[in-house]
Design a protein around this ligand. Structure first.
Ligand code: HXC
Length: 299
């Protein structure tokens, strides 16, 4: 990310302590970089310790500050509890949590197994709630304030063909955002969400555009004529996580160049014409990526 395009003053996030799930790669890494650059202590978690360590090292080399990497699969509530214990021991309560970790792949719904549905919903739906619950309980018990931010998509308003487990799970997290904003607002805990349009990342492209059909940016269909830039999402995340806008609570804000208004922001038109053979090809490519990532996690 071009950090010179961050809109905020140096030191804005001094004293903040923020966990970014899935912070080793993709959008999580970009937001984590923004928080670190502006002075926050940042904790990142994900499933690949080597990748997390690399990210923490690179970003601290570039910006100084403190970033701590924890290998933690958010599908495992006990592993989350252990990680959050370690974070609290390291310096006390978190002041912010970014629920960014996700899993997704395109598929016709009739081609999914129960395991495939669970692979996605256990991360996005259950895992996000486990993280929020574990941290929320501690903050309420200690009377500490914090900001929670979940990374969703505009499918929470429209649904989306060919990514049904993700659309269902993220819609549930949108409901969590609105519900807890009301229920836990009294404790000084606020809940917002970002619905990004296309911000091409490696993990997303490999699973939502395997083989690189098109340029992944939908740029010809987007009113702005381009995909999102990383500093744009980082700026929105800092606005929602940093001090100064605490009255914003219970909102899900799209950052998609009005792609949603212009073309619905879903995968329907891109995939609706594909036949059996094409889906077989996509599935093989996606499973190749999944297997490679899995092998990486065991190293
Ligand atoms: C059908 C598939 C499949 C496919 C996997 N499966 N890929 N079924 N079509 N293309 C099935 C497998 O056969 C298996 O079911 C089950 O799913 C679990 O597969 P695993 O590979 O064992 O899963 P796991 O290692 O747990 O991996 C989780 C994952 C993976 C979600 C499948 O993609 C992942 O880890 N992703 C993390 C990164 C990521 O997805 N980034 C993109 C996020 S984009 P069986 O029945 O055979 O056992 C995003 C929103 C973008 O979130 C919004 C853009 C606007």
């Amino acid at each position: 990310m071009d950090v010179s395009k961050l809109m905020f003053r140096e030191g804005l996030m001094d004293g903040e302590r923020i966990l970014v799930t899935g912070g080793g790669t993709g959008l999580g890494r970009e937001m984590a970089e923004g928080f670190l650059k502006l002075g926050a202590t940042v904790y990142i978690c994900g499933r690949r310790q080597n990748k997390l360590d690399e990210t923490a090292r690179e970003l601290m080399d570039a910006h100084g500050g403190k970033m701590v990497a924890h290998a933690c699969d958010i599908r495992d509530a006990d592993a989350i509890h252990t990680m959050i214990d370690a974070i609290w021991t390291d310096g006390g309560a978190l002041t912010g949590v970014v629920n960014n970790a996700a899993g997704n792949f395109v598929s016709r719904t009739q081609d999914l197994s129960v395991n495939a549905f669970n692979a996605i919903s256990d991360i996005v739906f259950r895992g996000t709630f486990y993280v929020t619950l574990d941290i929320g309980k501690r903050l309420i018990a200690e009377g500490k304030k914090a900001s929670f931010l979940s990374i969703l998509t505009t499918w929470v308003w429209s649904g989306s063909a060919f990514v049904v487990p993700s659309a269902m799970s993220k819609t549930a997290i949108n409901a969590m955002t609105q519900s807890l904003a009301a229920e836990w607002g009294r404790y000084g805990l606020r809940f917002n969400a970002i619905a990004p349009g296309l911000f091409p990342t490696k993990g997303m492209s490999a699973r939502l555009s395997p083989g690189g059909q098109g340029d992944n940016s939908n740029s010809d269909l987007n009113p702005m004529g381009r995909a999102g830039k990383m500093h744009e999402i980082a700026n929105l995340a800092v606005f929602l996580m940093g001090p100064g806008a605490e009255y914003v609570n219970g909102q899900t804000i799209a950052i998609d160049g009005a792609g949603y208004q212009a073309n619905g922001g879903t995968f329907y038109s891109k995939f609706q014409a594909l036949g059996d053979e094409e889906w077989d090809g996509l599935r093989a490519m996606i499973k190749g990526t999944n297997a490679k990532d899995k092998a990486d996690r065991s190293t």
